[in-house]
Ligand binder design. Structure first.
Ligand SMILES: [Zn+2]
Ligand SMILES: [Zn+2]
Length: 637
């Protein structure tokens, strides 16, 4: 009999604590390790062909690390070894695993992955041709020889822990954010102003007038050293650098020395039901390094594991970087974004043709009323009523916007856009057909077209009824498919809170506090490996809580064939729970926005591709129009 594992305290609403026994945790860990194929890859790539055989297999070692992760708490090798000893005592391990074996092998595989020495295993014997001496080609279906980077290592383990026993991925939308992990190594020097990498356009908060908590510069003899990347190295940790971490709980931004952990989670499709937000991809980079490069690595790792990434939600730490590093890099991968704009990205700029203007990253006709052009931002501290009112103002811009029309011209990097009168959203005197539309469309105050007395040509003074070819690079950093500030934009961007919730969950409830001494290793590679094991454990525990608090069986227990759990539906039957709120992105698609009290405008439009499948064919409740359809929108009454 083993005692239940003591895990970090759970939020009050969780009735049953996650109380996996050591035997259950070990079984889950084995299933995760086997699903990744990592043990075979290490076996194939790292084992010496000569000399004494290994005492402990890679599968056993990885299982011990993952079990320790599932158990939770600090990821210290002494504690991992303690878990291994308990597993041996309970007959769950084939052989003893010592502290030295854990340390040496962690070092071995993490260093080897960084040096590109690890590839996936072949499912057949490798045969050398007797004629050429070259290894013969793989039979079809073999995935051997694929390089396993440390990002792919993390993505494989995180994917395996999030989708037990053949569960399927059913989203194409993901949220990305980074959180800080301080290095364990002691600081030998300090710079009040961190030397962050500004090659991608990152800006130091001090340079924008923001106040940051940072101690005064100090030096000990011989420090800082010059790091391999040209930045200052303040500790014996070769990879740790100085950077900023965002302030929490009303605190200012702070300077720290260590790593940025870039984490990706899944969020629902627009209008779809809730899904558990587990960690799916992890990139460990020196603090203050190029966030765009790390974010792209995280997305590539997701794709390598088989996710269909179509939309990414991330904060200004990424989206404010140079278009060439972030916006265009995502566009090249066919990934769209919904994001918040920095104050420098906002404002009115001239459009590509006369009569058009760029406002907050969207192309409008200049018939848009002046009072809608410079709207205030959504500051912290606004009440719900004020936010709704402001959203309503942004929604009033919707009928004046141009919209892409037809496919992208990939040769020239351009796309055609149609003006709002052609889209049948406004009535403009310069488009006689639009004047026959109903009066629920705004009527513009455009001057009628005139004839130039010199050239004799007809001059149309507004952009309402024009088609324009726009370069994809024009304001690429500011552009997004949904118009900034509108209700539907809020509904979409609001899903990003999932990654913030995950990060705070990790740090406050799940025992991964990322304090300096959460793990005591040096270097990005080893830290990355241990953080991965920790996140794998958090995924297993969160999935269990997510399903059990919804009265369903823990999918991991189902996957390993364990039937000792009670029927959670019965256990929680008498529980009185607060009714769950519905997300804005769901309410917008069903036309149910109960928090609105005043009569609602006919906007926002929900583009057809964002509607739930069963509502795609019809108009919803007479309140939602299709902005992409070629036919004039349905007019109720
Ligand atoms: Zn092969
Ligand atoms: Zn006009």
């Amino acid at each position: 009999m083993t005692a239940p594992l003591l895990l970090a305290p759970l939020p009050k609403h969780v009735v049953e604590a996650c109380d996996l026994s050591l035997a259950q945790a070990t079984k889950v860990a084995e299933a995760i390790v086997d699903a990744t194929g990592l043990a075979d890859a290490f076996e194939f790539s790292l084992n010496a062909r000569t000399g004494a055989p290994r005492r402990v297999s890679w599968r056993t070692l990885l299982t011990v690390f993952v079990t320790a992760g599932i158990r939770g708490g600090d990821m210290l090798l002494t504690l991992v070894q303690k878990t291994a000893a308990e597993m041996l005592r309970d007959g769950l391990l084939p052989a003893k695993v010592s502290y030295c074996q854990l340390w040496d092998n962690l070092d071995h595989f993490s260093t080897a992955m960084d040096a590109d020495h690890v590839v996936s295993a072949h499912n057949h014997d490798l045969v050398a041709s007797t004629k050429t001496g070259e290894v013969e080609d793989c039979p079809t279906g073999c995935t051997g020889g694929r390089p396993i980077t440390r990002e792919l290592f993390a993505a494989l383990l995180l994917h395996a822990s999030s989708f037990p026993g053949g569960m399927t991925i059913n989203t194409t939308v993901f949220a990305l954010d980074s959180t800080d992990k301080e290095t364990w190594a002691a600081r030998q020097s300090w710079d009040k102003l961190p030397d962050i990498d500004q090659s991608a356009g990152a800006v130091r908060p001090e340079d924008e007038g923001e106040k940051v908590n940072s101690q005064d510069t100090f030096r000990t003899p011989g420090w800082p050293r010059l790091g391999y990347d040209g930045r200052a190295q303040h500790t014996v940790d070769l990879d740790a650098r100085e950077g900023y971490r965002s302030g929490k709980n009303m605190r200012r931004k702070e300077v720290y020395i260590g790593f940025d952990e870039h984490i990706v989670t899944q969020v629902p499709e627009f209008g779809a039901g809730e899904i558990p937000h587990t960690a799916l991809s992890l990139v460990t980079a020196p603090a203050g390094s190029d966030k765009a490069a790390a974010g792209i690595l995280a997305v590539e790792a997701l794709r390598a594991v088989g996710y269909d990434v179509q939309e990414l939600l991330s904060d200004r730490g990424y989206t404010y970087l140079d278009a060439g590093k972030w916006a265009n890099a995502l566009r090249a991968r066919d990934i769209t974004q919904t994001f918040d704009l920095h104050k420098n990205q906002r404002g009115v700029r001239p459009g590509p043709i006369m009569g058009s203007i760029w406002v907050d990253g969207t192309l409008f006709t200049d018939a848009m009323p002046k009072h809608l052009r410079e709207l205030p931002g959504f500051k912290l501290g606004l009440s719900t009523a004020e936010i709704i009112k402001l959203q309503g103002k942004y929604d009033q811009r919707i009928p004046y916007a141009f919209a892409p029309f037809g496919d992208v011209n990939t040769d020239r990097g351009t796309q055609r856009w149609r003006g709002p009168a052609l889209r049948r959203l406004v009535r403009c005197v310069n488009d006689p057909e639009s004047m026959r539309l109903g009066y629920d469309r705004p009527t513009t105050t455009c001057k009628p077209a005139s004839v130039d007395p010199v050239t004799g040509k007809r001059v149309v003074p507004c952009g309402c009824s024009r088609t324009v070819t726009v370069s994809l690079d024009e304001y690429a950093r500011e552009r997004q498919p949904l118009q900034f500030g509108t209700t539907i934009w809020h509904a979409s961007y609001g899903r990003r809170s999932a990654i913030e919730a995950l990060n705070s969950e990790l740090r406050t409830h799940r025992g991964m506090n990322f304090r300096r001494d959460w793990c005591r290793v040096r270097g990005a590679a080893r830290t990355h490996a241990l953080v991965t094991f920790g996140l794998v454990g958090v995924n297993v525990r969160m999935l269990r809580d997510w399903y059990t608090t919804r009265g369903q069986a823990d999918p991991w227990m189902v996957a390993i064939g364990d039937t000792t759990d009670p029927d959670f539906a019965a256990v929680h039957a008498r529980r009185t729970a607060q009714p769950r709120g519905t997300s804005l992105h769901v309410r917008v698609t069903t036309g149910d926005i109960p928090r609105r009290t005043e009569p609602r405008a006919r906007y926002p439009f929900v583009p057809r591709h964002l509607r739930p499948k069963h509502l795609r064919q019809t108009d919803i409740g007479g309140t939602v129009h299709d902005t992409e359809g070629h036919a004039p929108p349905h007019q109720p009454g």
